[in-house]
Write a protein that binds this ligand. Sequence first.
Ligand code: GLP
Length: 246
Amino acid sequence: MRVYCGKDYEQASRIAANFISAQVIMKPDSVLGLATGSTPIGTYEQLIKWYEKGDLDFSAVHSINLDEYRGLTADNDQSYRYFMNTHLFDHINIDKKNTFVPDGTEPDAEKACRDYDEIIRAHGGIDLQILGLGHNGHIGFNEPDSTFCKGTHCVQLTESTISANARFFASMDEVPKEAYTMGIQSIMQAKKIMVIVSGEGKKDIVEKAFLGPITPEVPASVLQLHSDVILVGDEAALAGYHKALQ
Ligand code: GLP
């Protein structure tokens, strides 16, 4: 794994955006695996700036997002589809028909998951997968468990994830308790993976995920088995990782 450290969130976001730019420039019809959460927002803002300057062209790019809350419609401002539209897609020249997010409104969970796996398969997999990192080590919404779940599946979110997400909702009752998420196999089959981390709050889990034992109880630890992973973070998030290596 290669590790890139920016001094702060802004610099880490620029580093991450540079890797995505390089991917799109080298392969204009890349399939990008995209992530939500607060961490990649700075990366997306940087990509928009470079697009506006004329340095990037997303017209042939396809994107496949990691996850979506079950039950939220695309126009709900807390849905991940809404997040992707407002934080990235509305500001670049990607064709929205080529952007995929699990269908949170599909009540038949098996169908929603089967359809999404078929979308991933039909695209020939993912060229560059962007990942954030949950405080409990989740990636996408692959929560700590006793096994790794391979394909897209419906998850019951853990209490820690529900409370971490509560800040975005008016009340606890409105926080979705379930989500559809891409599975560990689809993530691990991506040709390249870039994990973005920021802030002191991620320090311990970064160390645990990338230097600790590989276990489904820390889903991100499986990334240690992938041959092309880049970890991009700011000093605060990488402090524990760097210290452990000294
Ligand atoms: C959510 C998303 C994850 C994301 C995580 C971390 O749970 N499903 O994909 O990585 O949040 O979010 P943040 O970047 O806000 O810490």
